[in-house]
Design a protein around this ligand. Structure first.
Ligand code: DAH
Length: 344
């Protein structure tokens, strides 16, 4: 027995290259089996004399340990490789993650904002939990006035002079804009609003509105009509017509309701427009002088117009959806219909 014998076996062990479990087993038999190379060295060791035993005992034991470790290592290598081989098909196409698409209410809100941005309006936002002052009082709804019944309100805190509530309309943002922005003001205010309504095809307790406000010197009703006509043509098509009907809102005087010509039957009358040829799209009017004064604007020098529309309503008309609840149920079959509807 020589040191070289041991080193040679060690070198062979290190040079082993096994690709399958069978090859590893063959290697184990070759070195550690009953007739294996290392087993043979141990046999030889038994018959050497004392000096030699002292010299080779430890290296021989180390060799055996290394061999066992090396075989384990090779075994682990082929097991991993084997698993990979059997499970993964590298030629398969990658896993596709479905991308979501924008919600139809978000699409229409963005379209409305983009149209008014082109006309020079800025976007303004306000809190959803508002106080009574900004939702009612400053908009010319006197306390306890029956006009408040137009909007059934969720109160957050009741009982004191200026209770907190969930805003019932985005008109509160026109008040906040008039309080904080320098004149002239031209803003568009999209947002979520809340009303204590029974949920049905035509009403929901949460929905979205866009409020518009323009205050400057010499703003007239003609400016209002023009702004809304341009909006209607951008939103519903170049041949859209509008008409205005007298109406009432506490915060505008005079007030009007706006109809757009039915984009389905083009005025002939169908079941969407209930045979009238017209679809109601918003309320509007000239800002009441009381409203301007409440926010510290001189109503002798300045005038303004305001308008407000429901985003779901515009979306329903645009895409002929006949049940408002579809917008809140997140049924993917419904939402997928709007995947490509990103253009005005
Ligand atoms: N705030 C009204 C509503 O929620 C909509 C509205 C009507 C807003 C007329 C206006 C307006 O600014 O002038 O029903």
């Amino acid at each position: 027995m020589t040191q070289e014998n041991i080193e040679k076996v060690l070198a062979e062990l290190n040079a082993l290259d096994c690709k399958t479990e069978k090859e590893v087993e063959q290697a184990r038999v070759r070195f550690l089996g009953k007739k294996g190379e290392i087993t043979a060295l141990f046999e030889e060791f038994r018959s050497v004399d004392g000096d030699q035993k002292r010299l080779f005992g430890r290296p021989l034991n180390e060799l055996k340990q290394k061999a066992v470790a090396r075989i384990e290592e090779l075994k682990a290598g082929v097991q991993d490789g084997g698993a990979e081989e059997s499970k993964e098909d590298l030629s398969m196409p990658g896993q596709q993650y479905e991308l979501g698409s924008r919600h139809p209410v978000s699409i229409v809100r963005q379209q409305i904002v983009d149209i008014f941005r082109k006309f020079g309006y800025d976007v303004a936002e306000g809190p959803e939990i508002e106080d009574d002052y900004h939702v009612f009082e400053a908009l010319n709804f006197p306390p306890n006035h029956p006009a408040r019944d137009m909007q059934d309100t969720f109160f957050v805190s009741a009982g004191h002079l200026n209770p907190l509530l969930l805003r019932t309309h985005t008109s509160s943002v026109q008040v906040r804009s008039m309080e904080s922005m320098p004149l002239p003001i031209r803003v568009i205010c999209p947002g979520r609003v809340f009303r204590n309504e029974a949920i049905s095809a035509r009403a929901h307790c949460i929905f979205h509105q866009v409020e518009g406000l323009y205050v400057d010197e010499n703003v007239t009703f003609a400016d209002l009509k023009q702004a809304i006509l341009l909006f209607a043509r951008e939103m519903f098509g170049a041949d859209a017509q509008i008409r205005m009907r007298p109406s009432f809102f506490p915060f505008t005087e005079p007030s009007a309701e706006v109809d757009v010509s039915c984009n389905i039957c083009h005025g002939k009358g169908c079941n969407i427009c209930k045979g009238t040829g017209w679809l109601e799209i918003m309320g509007c009017g000239m800002v009441d002088p009381n409203v301007l004064e409440a926010s510290g604007i001189d109503s002798k020098k300045y005038s303004g117009f305001a308008f407000g529309m429901g985003i779901e309503r515009i979306a329903m008309l645009k895409w002929q959806v006949n049940d408002l609840r579809h917008y809140f149920e997140n049924d993917l079959r419904f939402l997928h219909e709007f995947e490509s509807a990103t253009e005005v």
